[in-house]
Design a protein around this ligand. Structure first.
Ligand code: 0A1
Ligand code: ZN
Length: 881
């Protein structure tokens, strides 16, 4: 059974569909256990296909009730229908109408794919392959149809009925206590964008006037009693709609845009046409319950889903291999939006932290895959950091290579050429090649080659001759299935910082001034010669993180300190401090493993002090500079024979040293940044809170009772979740009575608010103490915990497995066994969530041998289980592969 399921699907096998569907009429009668769906599909043979072909429709756990063709019942011998599909071997040769009735049980749907119930409300999730759990259909994104959906339900159970598109009719079903609504979506779409909702919901509304003056009714639906927490999401939607008009010329196209927040959701949110369905974590916010980071995430996810209306919905993907066509591009768009709404440099730093923390790690391990994979066994496992975040970096590089005007012209061409179609990456890139009249065939390698490129940079300066020579070599390391790589086309933004801190003009020998500072690398090794460099300069490489690469440059600590203080590129100012800290930390990890004492480096503290003292810098940026590399960052930079305990100790020692050395400055800032006005989630206020809370955390790092008491006082007095949570986070790192008291207070204070209790679960799961495993085991039995809710699972188990490096990687292997046991329990209920949790093992090969052996043994035990889901089997087998 499993081997059959596990058959890989290959991009090279793509064939156009044999049958097209022009219209879909769905009649859905909602019932908690026996929901009936009548589907009427207008089918016709695809002129682009190979000729007469059987009709093969996908299904998943379906019960077929009846099948008719052009109004006549189909004899049982003329078709085969079962839970997994419906096949008509000899369908009529021309267009025909197929009607199929199915019955499903939404209350029993624990996979949260297809139609299911969340807090009693009906909702759907069809990406990637959930529509086949509602009715039989050619469930592939290149089959695009116009949908009309009639939804009927008990009026008391589901007073609100929502579908894709515009509402065209509603009314009662006399004498039944039931009512109905008919929704029509005029835009052809793939079935993964289908959605419906039925339930008891409160709503928060407004009207938006588009650039051409059309009125659009916007609404955010939430569980009863929560509408007062939906206002921020609604305002973020309005900002997103305006921004897409201004930045990309994209106007919204329906009369309504509805968002529904549900408590049980496998991912963040879903861009169904005109009816986005959200994990309520990315909708609900109030100052008392959401942190500044939560507000920022809500703004970004609302924008992301809205932007999909053009990049994903109006233009969709031909097949799932092209997933980055919509995801990488839409992440790029939401990143740009957030940069415009907030601080661009701070947003870039935050995005690069995420990229390195997730995508670089993925790229360095057994789950590495190209931005556009060429084969998959379970598409759900490819909603990854590589497809999303590296996919966005690839789009950003196109913009860097072409310049903003040509990039915009390429986007315009893409919308003009492909609107209403299912497109490929080749077609997308061709728009930029045409707009810029340039050849991007070499650039295409970014889509096909996995692995993070490594650049080595060396310089030679001849002050007398006024030349600077930069030698740059690139290597792309081998990844699974790709042992040998070719050099990539890399846009590397360069600056040369002179002794006065100003940039020296970049004039390349034989080429003249370097436009926008962009050097384009193409070969394994290249030499760049610059003229007119008569003063000593420090190269500032990969400014703004122009390419997703790792760089080893011959920059000494003096150079890094110089850049940290003087570079005009804020990203590289931050990067210089990170590199300095990383070098110290890696050195100290080695010292600790050899049994020695850690080295203290005054230079780093000096650089930090000068950033702290620079009043022109925005607080959010300073907060980023003060946040030294994470345990994950250090592990990644070390790369092999990783000892998480030594990493923790080195990092802890450095934080203690910074906290001690800078205590007076940190304390002054902490007091000065106190905000006595009412809470506002705007970026500037959030930045001040971020810096103040980093100061608190560093002040407390040495463990002085006074600083711990300061955190306890902040916890008790906070009037917003950001300050309360930051104080609790600081306290959680100190094994004191204050910690347990604050944790108990938090649980009591927010016991009726599951999203806030998630913060409490997550924080405890991340405590770097040997007692944490037992604590997490106890919390599994907490009444607020449930294995059925993905947010709870991610908060408690995800945080332990992904973010608690010392305790998940306990030397005795008990962290691995615990997580694997939970994964197996979850797998029977929700394979997607189980498989994702299992990716915590993705870096097991990089561990020191003791932990490596234990992690391997755990993976092998899971793999030996005969009844794994396809999702989990795929992750485990590739992890071991
Ligand atoms: N397209 C969504 C992500 C998404 C993917 C799969 C899902 O199924 C459980 C749900 C959402 C996005 O990019 O936001
Ligand atoms: Zn998306």
């Amino acid at each position: 059974m499993r081997t059959e399921h596990a058959r890989p699907i290959r991009l090279s096998d793509y064939r156009p569909p044999d049958w097209l569907v022009d219209t879909v009429h769905l009649d859905v009668a909602l019932h908690p256990n026996r929901t009936r769906i009548k589907a009427r599909l207008a089918l016709r043979p695809n002129p682009a296909a190979r000729g007469p072909a059987p009709l093969v429709l996908d299904g998943d756990e379906l019960t077929p009730l009846s099948v008719t063709i052009d109004g006549a019942a189909l004899p049982e011998a003329a078709y085969a229908a079962g839970p997994d599909g419906l096949t008509i071997p000899q369908p009529p040769p021309g267009p025909f109408v197929l009607e199929v009735e199915t019955e499903i049980d939404p209350s029993a749907n624990t996979k949260l794919m297809g139609l299911y119930r969340s807090s009693g409300n009906y909702c759907t999730q069809c990406e990637a392959e959930g529509f086949r759990r509602i009715t039989y259909f050619p469930d592939r994104p290149d089959v695009m149809a116009v949908y009309t959906t009639r939804i009927e339900a008990d009026r008391d159970e589901a007073p609100v009925l929502l579908g894709n598109g515009n509402l065209v009719e509603r009314g009662d079903v006399p004498g039944t206590g039931r009512h109905f609504a008919v929704w029509h979506d005029p835009f052809p779409k793939p079935c993964y964008l289908f959605a419906l909702v039925g339930g008891r919901l409160d709503v928060c509304r407004t009207t938006f006037t588009t650039m051409s003056g059309r009125a659009v009714e916007l609404a955010v639906y939430v569980e009863p009693g929560k509408a007062d927490r939906a206002g921020y999401a609604l305002a973020a939607l309005e900002r997103s709609m305006r921004w897409d008009e201004e930045a990309f010329g994209r106007e919204y196209d329906l009369d309504v845009f509805n968002i529904v927040a549900v408590a049980d959701f496998n991912m963040g949110a879903m861009e169904n046409k005109g009816l986005n369905i959200f994990n309520d974590k990315y909708v609900l916010a109030s100052p008392e319950t959401a942190t500044d980071a939560d507000f920022a995430h809500i703004e970004a996810v609302i924008a992301h889903e809205y932007f999909h209306n053009w990049t994903g919905n109006r233009i969709t993907c031909r097949d799932w291999f092209q997933l980055c066509l919509k995801e990488g591009l839409t992440v790029f768009r939401d990143q740009e939006f957030s940069s415009d709404m907030r601080s661009r440099p701070v947003k870039r730093i935050a995005d690069v932290r995420v990229l390195r923390g997730h995508q670089f790690v993925e790229d360095a391990g057994p789950l590495a895959h190209p931005v556009r994979p060429e084969t998959y066994r379970e598409i759900n496992n490819f909603y990854t950091a590589t497809v999303y975040e590296k996919g966005a970096e690839v789009v950003r590089m196109l913009k860097t290579l072409l310049g903003p005007e040509t990039f915009r012209a390429g986007m315009d061409l893409y919308f003009a050429r492909h609107d209403g179609r299912a497109a490929t990456i080749e077609e997308f890139v061709a728009c930029f090649a045409d707009a810029g009249d340039t050849d991007l065939s070499h650039f295409m390698l970014w889509y096909g080659q996995a692995g993070t490129p490594e650049l080595a940079v060396t310089r030679r300066h001849d002050a007398q001759g006024g030349t600077l020579v930069l030698d740059i070599a690139q290597v792309v390391p081998p990844t699974p299935g790709q042992p040998v790589k070719s050099p990539l086309q890399i846009p590397l933004v360069l600056g040369l910082v002179g002794p006065d801190g100003r940039d020296v003009p970049l004039v390349r020998r034989g080429h003249g001034p370097v436009e926008r500072g962009v050097l384009v690398l193409r070969k394994p090794a290249e030499r760049f010669v610059f003229d007119g460099i008569t003063v000593p300069v420090v190269p500032s490489l990969n400014r703004g993180f122009s390419a997703p690469v790792k760089i080893k440059a011959d920059l000494g600590s003096d150079d890094l300190r110089f850049l940290a203080i003087h570079d005009s590129d804020p990203f590289n100012r931050w990067q210089a401090v990170q590199t300095l800290a990383s070098e110290i930390l890696i050195g100290n990890v080695a010292v600790i493993r050899a049994g020695g004492g850690v080295r203290h480096d005054g230079g780093l503290v000096h650089a930090l002090a000068s950033v702290l003292g620079d009043e022109r810098l925005e607080p959010a940026f300073v907060a980023q500079v003060l946040s030294i590399p994470s345990e994950g960052d250090i592990a990644r930079d070390i790369g092999r024979d990783v000892d998480p305990e030594a990493i923790f100790n080195a990092r802890h020692a450095l934080r203690r040293a910074i906290g001690n050395d800078l205590a007076p400055t940190l304390r002054v800032l902490y007091d000065r940044l106190r905000d006595d006005g009412p809470y506002s989630p705007d970026a500037a206020s959030a930045g001040r809170r971020a810096l103040r809370n980093v100061c608190l955390d560093l002040l407390a790092a040495p463990g002085h009772a006074g600083a711990v008491a300061l955190a306890a006082a902040q916890y008790a007095e906070a009037d917003n979740m950001t300050d309360r949570m930051a104080a609790l986070g600081t306290l959680s790192l100190h094994d004191t009575a204050e910690r347990e008291a604050a944790l108990a207070d938090f649980a009591e204070r927010f016991r009726d608010d599951p999203l806030v209790i998630d913060k409490w679960f997550a924080l405890q799961a991340m405590i770097p103490d040997p007692g944490t495993l037992a604590r997490v085991e106890r919390l599994i039995d907490h009444p607020a915990f449930s294995l059925g809710n993905p947010n709870r699972v991610r908060a408690l188990l995800g945080s332990f497995a992904q973010a608690n490096h010392t305790q998940f990687n306990r030397a005795d292997g008990k962290g691995y066994d615990f997580v694997a046991g939970m994964v197996l329990t979850l797998d029977g209920r929700n394979p997607q969530v189980a498989a994702r949790l299992m990716t915590a093992f993705r870096s097991w090969r990089a561990l020191e041998s003791g932990r490596r052996d234990k992690a391997r043994a755990t993976l092998e035990r899971v793999a030996a289980n005969p009844s794994l889901s396809r999702d989990l089997a795929d992750i485990v087998e590739r992890s071991l592969g």
